[in-house]
Design a protein around this ligand. Structure first.
Ligand code: UFG
Length: 332
């Protein structure tokens, strides 16, 4: 494990779990995060935290040199889909333009490997589910477009420079570190499992079910929920692959390859808590596809990675445990 890994957005939800996975597998880690949506306490004390913007070339390049950075894992960005519709330029700035600066800094500093947080939102509303990486990329919101544009930059930079990358397209990320070291902490959640565990811990009164007339087994939306610690582990394996085979780049779905409906998720929360959530049946939320499930055959064929926490009740149990810890903290 020579050199260190620069993790942007390492104070955020998924980034902080990747920091743990890297540290636990023996890497040195330096985090660059502006702490706009992240928290300094979310960064494990074994890592170095540099507070700043990824488009601050001077800061990023100094950090790359000082810490002998070997690879970048790029999590920083804006992630709220409806906000991307009302404020698209924020997404093209924080996701696309900031990524452009970061990639340029990596090339300038001779950092040859790059792992990028992409999204199933790059597919838009897929025609075939489970969705394969080669399916048409047709994002239906600026969030998805801003991420797809970054994938395209990476592809072109890898063709032109001594540089390879792995774009990981996340499906629905949920859960929390099973050891209770991190979890989803950002206020104003929109994600189903986060909202459900907030309701289960009394932070909100009820849970809305958006749409009960989809063409799915029970009429509610179906998603492929992946445990955040499994997702973090996939990043560490992807990093190893980029280093061992520097001539190849990859784009891979990150999901378990099967979906759960909204009602199945809420049933799991009821089971785990032994309570009954107050469910409110409502109309569809704009822009939601009926079903989004990953074809994960490529990641299974490419990486040694295997799902270890592919269990909805486990995902809910870990999310709930984190939600309870969060309530105990006064500074959260
Ligand atoms: N849902 C509810 N009630 C809620 C919240 C969500 O019924 O209070 C439903 C949604 O309608 C959907 C499912 O639960 O059917 C999951 O919704 P989330 O908001 O948890 O997640 P999304 O599938 O909308 O979003 C995820 C990622 C995005 C990404 C998107 C498309 O969070 O970053 O998938 O790939 F863009």
């Amino acid at each position: 494990r020579e050199g260190s890994i620069l993790v942007t957005g390492g104070a955020g939800y998924i980034g902080s779990h990747a920091v743990l996975a890297l540290l636990d597998s023996g890497w040195r880690v330096v985090v660059v995060d502006n702490l706009v949506t992240g928290f300094d306490w979310a960064v494990d004390s074994r890592a170095t935290l540099v507070r700043g913007a990824i488009e601050d070339d001077e800061l990023v390049r100094a950090t790359m040199r000082e810490h002998d950075v070997r690879a970048v894992m790029h999590f920083a960005g804006s992630v709220v889909v409806p906000e991307s519709v009302t404020d698209p330029l924020k997404y093209y700035r924080n996701n696309t333009a900031a990524s452009r600066s970061l990639i340029e800094s990596a090339v300038a500093c001779g950092v040859k490997h790059f792992i990028f947080s992409s999204t199933a939102a790059t597919y838009g509303t897929p025609e075939v589910v489970p969705v394969h990486e080669d399916a048409p990329k047709a994002p239906i919101n600026p969030y998805g477009t801003s991420k797809l544009m970054t994938e395209m930059m990476l592809r072109d930079v890898a063709a032109a420079h001594d540089f390879n990358y792995c774009a990981l397209r996340y499906f629905n990320v949920a859960g929390a570190d099973p050891q209770g070291r991190s979890g989803q902490s950002t206020a104003g959640a929109t994600h189903l499992i986060k909202i459900a565990v907030e309701a289960a811990t009394g932070k909100r009164g009820n849970v809305s079910v958006f749409g009960t007339d989809y063409d799915t087994r029970d009429g509610t939306g179906v998603r492929d929920y992946i445990h955040v610690s499994d997702l973090a582990a996939a990043h560490v394996d992807a990093l190893d692959l980029l280093i061992v085979k520097p001539e190849a780049s990859h784009t891979m779905n990150c999901g378990y390859g099967r979906g759960y409906s909204v009602l199945e998720v809420l049933d799991a929360v009821d089971r785990v808590t032994n309570m009954k959530l107050d469910r409110r049946m409502e109309g569809r939320r704009a822009g939601d596809p009926a079903e989004l499930v990953a074809d994960n055959s490529r990641i299974l064929a490419t990486l040694p990675w295997r799902p270890e926490r592919d269990d909805l009740d486990q995902i809910v149990t870990d999310a709930l445990a984190w939600e309870r810890r969060l309530s105990e903290r006064t500074d959260r």
